[in-house]
Design a binder for this molecule. Sequence first.
Ligand SMILES: Nc1nc2c(c(=O)[nH]1)N[C@H]1C(S)=C(S)[C@@H](COP(=O)(O)OP(=O)(O)OC[C@H]3O[C@@H](n4cnc5c(N)ncnc54)[C@H](O)[C@@H]3O)O[C@H]1N2
Ligand code: MOO
Length: 642
Amino acid sequence: MSNSSRKEFRTLVSLEDARKALLPFYKTAEEQVPLPECYGRTLARNIASRVDVPGFDRASMDGFAVKARDTWGADEAEPRSLRIAGIIHAGDTPAVKVEPGTAVEIATGAMMPEGANAVVMVEQTDTEGDTVNIRKPVSPGENVMHAGADVMQGELVLRKGTRLTSREISVLAAVGLKEVPVYRRPGVAIISTGNEIASPGEPLKPGQIYDVNAYAVGAGVIENGGEPCYYGIVRDEPDAFRKALLDASTKADLVLTSGSTSAGASDMMFSTVGGVGKVLVHGIKIKPGKPTIIGEANGRPFIGLPGYPSSALTIFNEVAAPLIRHMSGHPEPERSTVKAKMALTLQSEAGREVLQPVGLTRTKDGLAAYPIEKGSGAVTSLRDADGYVEIGEDVHVIEEGSEVEVRLFSPVISFPDLLIIGSHCLGIDVITDLMGEKGFTVRSINVGSLGGFRSIRKGVADVAGVHLLDESGVYNEPFLKSLGIGDATLVKGYIREQGIIVARGNPLHIRGIADLPGKRIVNRTKGSGTRTLFDMELRKLAAEKGVPFEKLIESIRGYDVEAKTHSAVAAAIIAGKADAGLGIKTVAVQNRLDFIPLRDEEYDFVIRKEVLDRPATKAFLEILKSKEFDAELQNLGYRLKI
Ligand SMILES: Nc1nc2c(c(=O)[nH]1)N[C@H]1C(S)=C(S)[C@@H](COP(=O)(O)OP(=O)(O)OC[C@H]3O[C@@H](n4cnc5c(N)ncnc54)[C@H](O)[C@@H]3O)O[C@H]1N2
Ligand code: MOO
């Protein structure tokens, strides 16, 4: 059963039906805008010129207006001499006539005098007093632009539906249009919802995140020809929702909200729209973006985007953007697609069409698409993607190597010179900068060390950044064999100091792993180098103490709490939620926390055999050995090993 404040999804509709629900709102309106403000707008009417351009015969060179016949036979040896009858400046109405045997000095753009039919360029003349000697003949019409030669009165100069850029605006100005009839830009109200959302620039309270959707969607509104109006962040209260919706729907042509669309108890958008207006759709058979709400309020279209940024932006692009483009008269963009082979097997979700973001890379067999699997909660998945693959609702799996069609976000794909996949490290940012100085582009994708090794095996990554500790206590090298990439090259990178991070001043006097039982810790994710090191140290300790490993970890509170990054460990300690956690020294230093060293961690690079000879790879290897890189590493608290 459902009640008014909590509603499960009713029937999920297809993406096509979701768009159809908005068809009654596909309307346009016109307005006149001053010429200097029409850039980027779309013409709402055909424009016919009311004047000739130019409006009179004019000289197109500085020189002498003549009767062409008077110059015939002239050459360097025997110039023709004509009497100068006067001078005409641009903007003058000529007061003189050109009679046979005379010439009139004339400026570029000035009106041709009666009797003249050509202009001799000044470079081809000499003057002596009131005589001009012409050294080269001209033919009738030479160096003259005739009235209406550019545009004739009544001529259609621009068509309805044209986007106005500098090229079109020069025509509008030439025909003297002061105001331009364009489609009115729809005003789009943008409302973010949620108690946890804060505006960029504000300090974050615990549990809060910055508002992403308002700005991402706002930029999308501009890209598609609309005018965003930011309504800020509305708290999760029915009255606040109602007020915001009523206000926005009386002022805007389209209302976009984000968040609070799903089935949770505090997700009130459904009932609010139902109360203020009418819900037309709740739930689309698409991933990401399932909980989308489409409706109307005050006769205005309403789209409730899901809260997750990638979901919000995807639904904006698929559902809201076409409506905004129609309202503003923007043409539909051309969709570029490319064919690529899937780099790894991808499980899909049955019953929902999936728009899977993918990155593209070049392999010896053509393009490969690797899925960017960060989930719709991540903001970097769309940034890192080149496009997406549409996976039909009946498809459950796409096998590695099968051909897919990738819809590109931008018509030009820019491949990086070097693709680094693996564990993220600040050192890679330094390498990327130094590569940039040498003219090479780098793209790095963070999937952890194991993911890095695997993408070398699949031929997707050029280089993998890894720091994985083997059971035997050796970093990285043993994995080349065990993961079946014996032909890849391992290049030693640098040393990061791993240890225990504790609060400033080390109030609990922690000196090593042996002091951790009885304390509250924050752990790292399984598969991370740091976690492997921690477990190895704990196994050693368990052996020393003669207790089973499982027993030992029971005595360490928070062992099961997994932080995804080094900085998240530091944040937990600063917030007083944990007494200690393993991490690298740099993070302790940056956060002014104390650090108890445990061992040196080796951050290395695995290079795929096929790319060793590439210029970008060579540059990368040079950088690893360079003094500059060494100096930058020291700033980060790392040491070079090679
Ligand atoms: N029990 C269920 N839970 C969820 C379902 C479901 O079907 N059943 N659907 C999931 C899916 S799919 C999505 S998508 C999300 C969408 O949820 P809501 O639209 O209700 O959004 P919220 O819960 O308010 O927020 C989700 C998430 O996004 C963050 N958020 C919200 N607004 C912003 C913003 N302006 N900028 C950045 N991030 C934002 C918010 O903090 C949450 O983390 O629901 C799933 N749950
Ligand atoms: O629909 Mo949600 O957007 O799958 O993540």
